[in-house]
Design a protein around this ligand. Structure first.
Ligand SMILES: [Ca+2]
Length: 330
């Protein structure tokens, strides 16, 4: 029998914070689970992000994200074992005013730790809490902190359609400008890259749904989302947040170009005449590596989960990189 990933000890780990608008649609959930199941990632905490207050969206979007994070931790047997903090409930008002939150505090706290090595903060939604942390504690920009961001439009020739800016950018253009104008290293995965991550229902039914209560939930909520929101026939969905985990697992999980960090205009387009230090942009993503790794880890987790039932009937997942961190319990 192959060695379950949970029992493998790695010589080192990347220190990571995940910041996620977990309930904005159906893909954050896959990336959160992938991050938590990856032994090379030391997930120090998860921050609940807002996803805007536009018509048709909840006005309590950050709290919806919080509840979804808690639900996933429950399905993984990790309730109370991973720190979870609330981020800002809405976008920054301007480029000088932080919205203080426990989530921004967590980012500051981890960024300012001495002798803990690099910190990677992965954003599956708006950059609000990173910008807030920077504005609240500007010394972060001098620390070894890398921002990984799923967001921004294509750098290609295609224009941003009027009224349809990229979603994560649109939810806080001010915050994106604060982070892009800072000295922090940024690894950006723009829309043209993150949409190339489609998985079909047939693949999910074969590889994810059979993986216990967790796998069943991941697929069910994705199909329900499509049923409620998709226009026309659709038997797939892009798991567009997962590349942020892919590049943390393997920096070469895509083709990298360095380009000057742009400024974002109010309509969500790039102003390439007003630029800052170079950032890393992923032009492609190795979706074979990304998803085969996820499917394998989920299968291994489900197998381990079934082998060690807890007294209360739910399986107890033994994930050393999380279980060992009692000092970070929420
Ligand atoms: Ca997201």
């Amino acid at each position: 029998m192959p060695l379950p990933v949970h029992t493998r000890t790695l010589p080192s780990q990347r220190r990571v914070i995940i910041d996620t608008d977990a309930k904005n649609e159906a893909d954050d959930q896959f990336a959160i689970v992938h991050g938590l199941l990856s032994p090379s990632l030391d997930v120090r905490g998860i921050v609940a992000a807002h996803f805007g207050m536009r018509p048709g969206r909840s006005e309590r979007s950050m709290l919806d994200s919080r509840e979804e994070i808690e639900l996933l931790l429950d399905l993984m047997g990790l309730t109370g074992k991973v720190r979870v903090e609330n981020g800002a409930p809405y976008a920054l008002p301007d480029e000088l005013t932080p919205i203080l939150s426990p989530g921004a505090d967590l980012i500051v706290e981890e960024a300012m730790r001495e002798d803990e090595g690099p910190l990677y903060v992965a954003f599956f939604g708006p950059l609000t809490n990173m910008a807030a942390a920077l504005l609240a504690e500007p010394r972060i920009a001098e620390r070894d902190v890398t921002v990984v961001w799923i967001g921004g439009p294509s750098y290609g020739p295609e224009p941003v359609a009027a009224g349809r800016p990229e979603f994560n950018l649109a939810n806080d253009i001010v915050a994106a400008n604060v982070v892009f104008a800072s000295d922090l290293p940024v690894w950006q995965i723009p829309r043209s890259t993150y949409v190339m991550t489609a998985v079909s229902y047939a693949e999910l039914d074969e590889k994810v749904a059979p993986c216990g209560e967790l796998g069943e939930y991941l697929v069910r909520q994705l199909v329900e989302w499509n049923a409620a929101h998709a226009r026309g026939p659709m038997e797939y969905r892009s798991l567009g947040d997962s590349p942020a985990i892919g590049v943390l697992l393997n920096e070469n999980c895509g083709r990298i170009v360095e380009r000057p960090a742009p400024t974002f205009r109010a309509d969500g387009s790039y102003d390439l005449d007003r630029t800052h230090r170079p950032i890393r942009v992923y032009e492609t993503i190795d979706s074979r590596f990304l998803f085969e790794d996820f499917f394998a880890k989920l299968r291994q987790f489900a197998r381990t989960d079934l082998r060690s039932p807890r007294a209360d009937g739910r399986a107890d997942s033994q994930i050393p990189q999380v279980d060992g961190r009692t000092d970070h319990q929420a």
